[in-house]
Ligand binder design. Sequence first.
Ligand SMILES: Cc1cc2nc3c(=O)[nH]c(=O)nc-3n(C[C@H](O)[C@H](O)[C@H](O)COP(=O)(O)OP(=O)(O)OC[C@H]3O[C@@H](n4cnc5c(N)ncnc54)[C@H](O)[C@@H]3O)c2cc1C
Length: 459
Amino acid sequence: MDTSSTGHALVLGASMAGLLTARVLSKHFDHVTIVERDPVPDQPEARKGQPQTRHLHGLLASGLEIMTRYYPDLPEALAAGGALVSDMTANMCWYTYGGYRRRFTMGREAALMSRPFLEHLIRQRTLARNNVTLLEHCATRGLVTGDDRRRVTGARVEHRGAQPMEATLDADLVVDCTGRGSQTPQWLFALGYPAPAQSEVKVNVGYATRLYRRDPDDPRGQDWLLYTPEAPGESRFGGMFPIEGGRWIVSLGGWAGDHAPTDEQGFLEYARGLPMPEIYALISRAEPLSDIIPHKFPSSLRRHYERLTRFPEGYLVLGDAVCSFNPTYGQGMTSAAMQVAALDELLTLRAGRLDGLAPVFFKQAAQVIDTPWQLAVGEDFRFPDTTGPKPPGVDLLNRYVAAVHRATLVDPVVGAAFIQVMNLLAPPSSLLTPGMLLRVWRANRQRSRLLMREAELAA
Ligand SMILES: Cc1cc2nc3c(=O)[nH]c(=O)nc-3n(C[C@H](O)[C@H](O)[C@H](O)COP(=O)(O)OP(=O)(O)OC[C@H]3O[C@@H](n4cnc5c(N)ncnc54)[C@H](O)[C@@H]3O)c2cc1C
């Protein structure tokens, strides 16, 4: 039976990937239902099923651009609500490799806000589509197929209200957006399909996060502050972003178990120990507005659906359910948005034909994921305790990328090229052109001379 995308689509999970997927599918299907395990508040609020949303989140420029394609008023709505939407490189205070990256203007906007606020705006706009419905407090329990198990025809769900009850929801397409804890490998196995191979890179990263009041008269309140370590000698990070509601969100943490304490004194001491003084200087005087909340992130995890040779029709997996990256690089939401955009293009190109969709989609999603995975895993292998499948040549590449980091402290052109790659606006290969190699070499020589002169003056 040939199926096309003019029926009912079911999206499992109403977080970032699920909402974006539902928005795109609402173009291609008569009706879209989102099924979410948690009760979903009608306000910006972190939920039980997404504990990461209480921590520092930034939306990369490429992610904001894709989301704006689907929600044209998103930048204005973010800014009107108090988020910082701007050319982030002009407001950057980023200390790394012994200095501050040079500021410059990139000409592309990114966004800083609390994650619940961004998701609230995306949710409002997705649910405003007249063919999208949200079933909240409703957990997916498994997949439904035809007798031959070749096609997923729906999902079994459990409504979890005062009177729990099970139901079957029929659909022409089901998309799993249930995040890192996705049960798809087990559900596939139960149906007689192979589970996907996994790549897991263990990083043992920990976050500790607190909100503070932001002084509206302090000019530094429009800057974002970031310290990232020069591994292997350093392993801690600190981030302080201005967010809506006149607040700062501050996350401190580290790799390989070097995590920040969650008691007041320990948190402040950890901030004081960072090579960049600004974060401690600000939080030691600011009024705390929350407890200090921890979050542990053991490993980056990628499920290789693109390698499967057998997979049921009528079913896809997207977002963190396919790949969850070390969050310190800020790529997860943008990767989900890029996968969703790829799905949109594919459905348009195929005029909605669903048969044979999964293998093509998974190949495109894998291409989308390859770059952020390469960037995150590459950086993580600077830390000696990182374990897992190590890409060939990564040590050599990392030596060059260390030179790029140092060059960004003196040469804004290298800085711009680096930030474009980090924002997934340009491929990593753009840092390897002959012209860029020359600039990086010159900038490193210039920096060495500067450091030598400083040392002579100090002697
Ligand atoms: C500490 C931290 C900081 C981060 N910082 C950034 C950042 O700065 N920038 C960035 O882009 N990304 C960041 N990320 C990553 C980002 O949060 C994720 O990539 C993003 O949330 C992925 O969205 P998702 O919808 O795929 O999964 P999730 O957000 O995990 O959502 C899954 C949803 O599915 C629901 N669900 C689960 N099981 C079921 C079920 N059986 N039935 C129905 N519903 C179910 C859950 O309740 C949840 O709502 C960070 C992550 C962490 C951990």
